[in-house]
Ligand binder design. Structure first.
Ligand code: PLP
Length: 443
């Protein structure tokens, strides 16, 4: 049976490293890898790799050396703050604190809010945004079923929040459904109630421009590895005052202006932000990669959005032809970035993911995507007992062939079954007698 899907057209987008990667199948063949897991970690952009290559000969200590290469590395590190500031449309007064990833950034923010801050968030958030807030002042609000209803739900929650500092946390795009949250509207509601608002842009920043001033958000957090710069850096951008008043996130060198010996104790004068929260040797390579990715993405939004939306339509049209396919959705009226989570009735998500990899060279994610609360609820609503789904996610490395291969593979698995035998090991499905060999550098 042929699939009634839109023809493949191509839009030139920045190239990724590993586009030609070939992976083994259990049958002994090798095929080009179909990476449909961009939402977890995106491949490195070729231009990001070039930027890193250009820096490496100059790589030296940051903030610590008098040598010329140290000065170059320090300049690269400090300039990256402005490059990131431009990417998210931050205010000139905003602090740009480099971290390891979004999780680190949101934990830093959670440690920095004044003690009695009332925190309000939807229960559909990723664990990185859901969990760092401690104490009784956290209101977890059930996610609304439409973006139209989100503002009213937040309005009610904030009306019930205690007097004092208030902070709303919201994701820009769901890592489960790809749906875009009405951030600007939610920011207006937050303002009406005197609340600040933090944007978890981990899934938004790779796919859409983010403008903190236009959205009127106070904080933006995202990860390098999700914007095609997988070198271990993330960032928190936002209002400096709470960050400045907070105890340093990590203590050690770099966060200290002066340490004095008082015999029985040490006197420590902590640095101002951003250094206050960046103790230890800075990750200049990661930060340079992240800032470079910001600039590369900024130059290609039109092509990127067109490329991803074409492939998303193709993916959803194709998946709807797979018997038993059901797509997870939180906000039934929202636009989406290229993330589709689904169940297929009668099939375990982990089994499907294992077979897609072993027999078709397709990489997807299965499980609850670090969003157990919402995935559990959505999957149950679809009538499944497993609190698990499959997630296919699209990005700059995705081609129409990858999408078509996933759809055709699922149709074959569902209608004809697997060609190989699988077993469960430690709760994961794996092929029996897996013949695939690791690349030589791991041998
Ligand atoms: C929406 C969202 N927020 C936060 C995170 C955490 O990002 P990281 O793992 O880079 O800290 C993720 C990661 O998947 C995410 O999708």
């Amino acid at each position: 049976m042929t699939l009634a899907i839109t023809p493949a057209t191509t839009t030139a987008v920045p190239a990724v490293v590993g586009a030609e990667l070939r992976v083994p199948l259990v049958t002994g063949e090798r095929v080009t890898y179909a990476n449909l897991d961009h939402a977890a970690s995106a491949p490195c952009l070729q231009e990001v790799r070039d930027a890193v290559d250009e820096l490496l000969p100059w790589y030296a200590s940051v903030h610590r050396g008098a040598g010329f290469a140290s000065q170059v590395s320090t300049r690269v590190y400090e300039q990256a703050r402005d490059r990131v500031r431009r990417f998210v449309g931050a205010r000139a007064s905003d602090a740009v604190v480099f971290t390891r990833n979004t999780t680190d950034s949101l934990n830093l923010l959670a440690r920095s809010v004044p003690r009695n801050t009332a925190v309000v968030l939807f229960d559909s958030e990723h664990h990185a945004a859901l969990l760092p807030w401690r104490g009784s002042n956290v209101q977890r609000v059930p996610a609304p079923s439409s973006s139209g209803a989100a503002a009213a739900v937040l309005d009610r929650a904030l009306a019930a929040a205690p007097v004092g500092p208030r902070l709303v946390i919201v994701t820009g795009a769901s890592n489960v459904t790809g749906e875009l949250w009405p951030v600007a509207e939610l920011a207006k509601v937050a303002r009406r109630h005197g609340a600040r608002i933090a944007l978890d842009a981990a899934q938004l920043a790779p796919h859409r421009p983010v403008d903190a001033r236009e959205l009127d958000v106070d904080y933006v957090a995202f990860s390098g590895h999700k914007i095609y710069a997988p070198f271990g850096a993330g960032v928190l951008v936002g209002r400096a005052d709470w960050l400045q008043q907070a105890q340093p996130y990590l203590v050690g060198g770099g966060a200290t202006a002066k340490v004095t010996d008082h015999g029985d104790r040490l006197g420590v004068a902590w640095s101002a932000v951003p250094e206050r929260h960046e103790a230890g040797s800075p990750n200049v390579v990661g930060v340079h990669a992240l800032a470079s990715a910001c600039e590369i993405l900024s130059r290609h939004w039109e092509q990127t959005v067109a490329h991803e939306q074409q492939l998303l339509t193709r993916l959803r049209e194709g998946l709807r032809t797979v018997p038993g396919f059901r797509e997870l959705s939180i906000l039934n009226d929202a636009d989406k970035v290229g993330v589709v989570s689904f169940t297929i009735s009668g099939f375990d998500a982990g089994f499907l993911a294992a077979a897609l990899s072993a027999e078709y060279g397709v990489g997807v994610r299965d499980g609850a995507f670090c969003a157990h609360v919402i995935v559990g609820r959505l999957v149950k609503k679809l009538g499944s007992h497993e609190e698990r789904a499959v997630r296919a996610s699209i990005g700059l490395g995705t081609t129409a062939e990858h999408v078509d291969r996933l759809v055709a593979a699922l149709r074959t698995l569902v209608t004809e079954g697997p060609k190989w035998s699988y077993t469960q090991q430690d709760g994961r499905w794996v092929p029996e007698n897996d013949t695939r060999t690791l690349p030589p550098f791991l041998a």
